[in-house]
Write a protein that binds this ligand. Structure first.
Ligand code: NAD
Ligand code: ZN
Ligand code: ZN
Length: 343
């Protein structure tokens, strides 16, 4: 099978021919149909974070495909089911986090495309308990971005407290942000979209943002204060300056949710202001299997739009360059079905 492999943090990914993996008793073998390229894969390939993956590894954690084989102890997923392989590859299932609905905080978790091989390959194995079924009627090319960008921002909006009567600032309208904007609107909030490219600002307008701020030419804090300040700010841009601006945009009692993970990510927190103004700063990491099921359900109801462009896995390195240069629709999705038809 063909796979995109990180062999070294300082080199481009290699397209390699690999053996199709065999599922163990608890795993399923998934024949990939689509896999989204998340900015996290770019951080993984560059070794940006304090906890690093071990090359060689296969990135990818927005994998959608069909179960082709399964281990003896997998019984709630059938051969032929369409499933999603998400960042939460598996968790222990019995620690306090797992049993209280916070499996995403489990200390024993494995992460697809990071601690274990992910979905940038024609086939992947995944734990049968942690794949999430994709409902009929959802295009696999839409399901892919929903599997990380969707579930992550759905959860971030949930924990942010966005609601009718609240104003939510979405910082960064990329893969994650274009979905965050939609979930904040579904939650009933007035929305402020911030980005640094004309295309993304136009996309935010098209998706119904109430206010638009161009962080290249406008002062985010000042512009947000003009409309009354943000009750909620969600940090999705890979930029420390954007976190600082999002914090500064908060009203009294406001909440900043940190989601983006720049290399050496830092936010300076003024204690006096934070205390006297009752501000909250929280981190949010992906979402649970249940959150993803809810994300798919909302999409099946027609409440969300996934903005994406299809590419072939061979284009992985140029795709990364295009994302870093801001030259892409919100999400790039590798399409495995078209490719196979050509061979
Ligand atoms: P992306 O590259 O698709 O989107 C980033 C967007 O931010 C782009 O539209 C870009 O134009 C915009 N931007 C850049 N500088 C800006 C600035 N100063 N102000 C406002 N906007 C700015 O990336 P993505 O795939 O959406 O991922 C974003 C980040 O979220 C990455 O760091 C990724 O690793 C992280 N992430 C976190 C989680 C989590 O669970 N916490 C999950 C997935 C991704
Ligand atoms: Zn991701
Ligand atoms: Zn656990």
């Amino acid at each position: 099978m063909k796979a995109a492999v990180v062999t070294d943090f300082s080199k481009p990914m290699e397209i390699q021919e690999r053996e199709i993996p065999r599922p163990d008793v608890q795993q399923v073998l998934v024949r990939m149909e689509a896999s989204g390229l998340c900015h996290t894969d770019i951080h993984a390939a560059a070794g940006d974070w304090p906890v690093k993956p071990n090359p060689p590894f296969i990135p990818g954690h927005e994998g959608i495909g069909v179960v082709e084989a399964k281990g003896d102890r997998v019984d709630h997923v059938e051969i032929g089911d369409r499933v999603a392989i998400a960042w939460l590859g598996q968790a222990c299932g019995h620690c306090d986090h797992c049993v209280s609905g916070w499996e995403t905080l489990c200390l024993e978790q494995e992460n697809s495309g990071y601690s274990v091989d992910g979905s940038f390959s024609e086939y992947a194995v995944a734990h049968g308990d942690y794949v999430v079924k994709v409902p009929d009627g959802i295009d696999p090319l839409d399901a892919a971005p929903l599997t990380c960008a969707g579930v992550t921002t759905y959860k971030a909006v949930k924990v942010s407290g966005a609601a009718p009567g609240k104003r939510a600032l979405i910082s960064g309208i990329g893969g994650l942000g274009h979905l965050a904007l939609q979930y904040a609107r579904i939650a009933g909030a007035e929305t402020i979209a911030v980005d640094v490219t004309d295309e993304k600002l136009q996309l935010a307008r098209d998706l119904g943002a109430d206010h638009i701020i161009d962080a290249r030419t406008q002062d985010v804090v000042e512009e947000t204060r003009k409309v009354g300040g943000a009750d909620v700010a969600i940090g999705l841009a890979v930029s420390n300056a954007s976190f600082q601006a999002a914090y500064g945009s908060l009203r009294r009692g406001g909440t900043l949710v940190l989601v983006a993970l720049p290399a050496e990510g830092k936010l300076e927190l003024p204690v006096f202001e934070t205390v006297l103004e009752g501000k909250r700063v929280i981190g949010s990491i992906v979402g649970t299997r249940e959150d993803l099921a809810e994300v798919f359900h909302l999409h099946a109801l027609g409440r969300t739009r996934v903005i994406r462009e299809q590419r072939a896995l061979d284009q992985v390195n140029e795709s990364i360059a295009d994302i870093l240069a801001g030259r892409v629709a919100a999400r790039i999705v590798f399409d495995f079905v078209d490719r196979r038809a050509e061979h």
